[in-house]
Ligand binder design. Sequence first.
Ligand code: MN
Length: 322
Amino acid sequence: MTTADVPDVPVTATPAPPEVELLAGRAATVGGVGVHRLLPQRARRLVGAWCFADHLRQVPAAEPARLDVGPHPHMGLQTVTWVVAGEVLHRDSLGSEQLVRPGQLNLMTAGYGVSHSEEGAATSGGTVQGVQLWIAQPAATRNGPAAFEHHPQLPSPSLGAGRATVLVGTLAGATSPARRDTDHMGAELELRPGRAVLPLDPAYEHALAVVEGAVRLGASTVAPGALAYLGTGRSELVVEPDAPARALLMGGVPFPEPVLMWWNYVGRDRDELAAAHRSWTDDDGRFGRVASPLARLTAPGPPWAATRSPHPLAAPGHDGPV
Ligand code: MN
């Protein structure tokens, strides 16, 4: 390519950043805890490689619910468990047994197959608040071995009116030690009233989920239960909370391939999702075993492989993705 290929654009023509797109989450229940399902959305399947986001919205109440998600399979994705209150005990088929507390990260890589359970621990009344996220794995690793990482400490750069905790990737010059198979980032933002400026990678698309409080983004106000999609092409994000707020920023280079998700599997076509589910249903060893006191989760077969099974994403009567 030569400079002759570059369009003759005046240097003053800086494109305006894309509009903030507010996407309402859907109410769901996971392991006895109410969640806002923020991803996937009909209008927005992915943000970078981020393909699933549940905000556990259970608040301390008369009958605090205990998060109890029995052993279930995963394929082709990483699970990111981010707790802001309470504790969750993770057990998986690799033999991992790891409590995750606020400020820490549990990151499980499924690859070709893994299974895990998530159990609400007894402290904080068993009440858990946090975000459960999935990251789609790229072709290079998605059929590879499973793995698990626990990060008890993460970098925490200042943002002016607030600070971040970088779960994965880089923000404000601070880089998480967590494994990363694609070019993406995720960070918790603890914001004070005022103005925080977050430097962003314009090659990434970004989205913001508010967990506590509310955050103004230009003319939009983002509150819990919605996902603010920010698009690509931004080199910074100015956030202005009126009161203390907590949010999750996720971003990444737009994922290069279409992904297909069903139940707890991320793949590329129906056949591989159906094959994975047969392995789980038959308990043929592909997903291993979890040493959990909780019952193994099941789901009817995929809707394209059966005549009567409703789609788990739309069916409240049984276990959806967890
Ligand atoms: Mn899971």
